[in-house]
Design a protein around this ligand. Structure first.
Ligand code: PLP
Length: 422
């Protein structure tokens, strides 16, 4: 019998989708239950005071020999969180994963683990509205200065912007959202790595963190392209059913260490119940994301041929020579299921389209089994600076669709009927 962390058969490595039902768990631990129970407990009993002392020392990183701490307290560790973290790590080829109470908890904990007052944060634009609020509204109050990396900027352009901001400061971290929410703009992870390496000092590695919510864990693996941390709103494809809020951060042991310590102290971890739900979700991640992507390709093609649609931004429509094409070929493995389009008109026409849909629900969030529509300029990105939104084309005409698992013809019927009403 394979042990709980064996990911091979006769030396051949198994795919993550084959391991999502079993990896990291043994039925003997739970009366033979094929599924892990929900360990709904705040704390764990030590066998002796000496054991408690040893577990705390190991949790504080005093082991050295690779020995891992036993279970202590659910803010520090819990079996449901740990099994889920081991499974998530398989998709991204990470040493270590950590799950959080939300995507925002994951992003803020990771950034707080690395940034210090006076630092510069280089970040791509646009960013999800909540992330934008943290980066532009909160981090400056802690003395962090931001440098914006906008779509289409060359490496020399970004480097020049950094050179202006850096005198007397250090580059604390690079934060990327690629594809960007909501425009699907792409940014090169390899370029971010070069910029980070060009501005580190001595031994200090400047972390490149990629919010991989739109494409991962199936269609993009940032750690393979030079990222140090991959971040998710697990509320989206990982949870996948619009029934939980969670986040995740993954990376190598060394780069994850400050994030582990920060999560323990902030208490920003996921709960055992939502971790258990995510284990269930991961069993169908591959099936869901493939089906959603196939349907999204059909819908994007339908939209791009429609006279009431001005422009569609979908990775599956990118052609050689277009902005983003080379980055897409370099770092993504599939186009995903997020479609953004600009309707022929403005907010009024966009709202008429949205309000005329019947199968597709109007709700923020994405990556779920049901197809969702939203209007970023007035909803998920309402808090972004109006001039920034204008520059980044997050305007009244822009509509965002997250494609689910419904029948593609039914979705096209719904979209077609709603466009007729505009
Ligand atoms: C790209 C991206 N990152 C992060 C978040 C924040 O995640 P959560 O809502 O789970 O906190 C979102 C939420 O929509 C998102 O779209």
């Amino acid at each position: 019998m394979r042990d709980e962390y064996d990911d091979t058969i006769a030396g051949k490595k198994l795919s993550p989708e084959s391991l999502m039902m079993s990896y990291g768990y043994r039925p003997e631990w739970s009366e033979g239950a094929i599924k892990s129970p929900i360990f709904q407990t705040s704390t764990f009993v030590f066998e002796s005071a000496a054991e408690g002392k040893r577990f705390f020392a190991l949790a504080d990183g005093e082991g050295g020999s690779g020995e891992k701490s036993g279970l202590i307290y659910s803010r520090i560790n819990n079996p449901d969180l740990e099994i889920l973290e081991h499974r998530l790590a398989l998709w991204d080829g990470a040493d270590r994963g950590l799950v959080f109470a939300s995507g925002m908890a994951a992003i803020t904990t990771a950034l707080l683990a690395y940034l210090r007052p006076g630092d510069v944060l280089l970040h791509t634009e646009p960013l999800y509205g909540g992330t934008d609020r943290f980066v532009h509204g909160i981090l400056p109050e802690f003395g962090v200065r931001t440098v914006e990396w906008e779509p289409g900027m060359s490496e020399a352009d970004v480097d020049a912007a950094l050179e202006l901001a850096l005198p007397g400061r250090r580059l604390g971290a690079v934060l990327m959202e690629t594809p960007a929410n909501p425009t699907n703009d792409l940014f090169s992870i390899a370029m971010a790595r070069r910029l980070a390496d060009g501005h580190g000092e001595g031994e200090r590695r400047v972390p490149v963190a990629v919010d991989n919510t739109f494409l991962g864990p199936l269609w993009q693996h940032p750690l393979r392209h030079g990222a140090d941390l991959v971040i998710y709103s697990a509320t989206k494809y990982i949870g996948g059913h619009s029934d939980l809020i969670a986040g995740a951060v993954l990376g190598c042991d060394e780069m994850m260490e400050p994030v582990v310590g920060m999560r323990t102290i902030l208490g920003s971890m996921a709960t055992p119940y939502s971790s258990w739900l995510m284990m269930r979700s991961l069993e169908t991640l591959d099936l869901r994301m493939r089906r959603e992507t196939e349907t999204a390709q059909k819908i994007a093609m339908f939209l791009s041929a429609h006279p009431k649609v001005k422009e569609v931004s979908y990775l599956g429509l990118l052609r050689e020579g277009e902005p983003g094409y080379d980055i897409y070929r370099e770092q993504a493995e599939g186009p995903g299921a997020m479609i953004t389009f600009w309707i022929d008109g403005d907010e009024e026409e966009a709202f008429r389209f949205i309000d005329s849909l019947s199968l597709i629900h109007l709700a923020v969030s994405l990556g779920s089994t049901e197809t969702l529509v939203e209007h970023p300029a007035t909803m998920t990105h309402a808090c972004v600076d109006p001039d920034e939104k204008k520059k980044l084309r997050v305007n009244g005409a822009l509509v965002r669709l997250s494609i689910g698992v419904e029948n593609p013809d039914d979705l096209i019927q719904d979209i077609s009927t709603a466009l007729e009403a505009v």
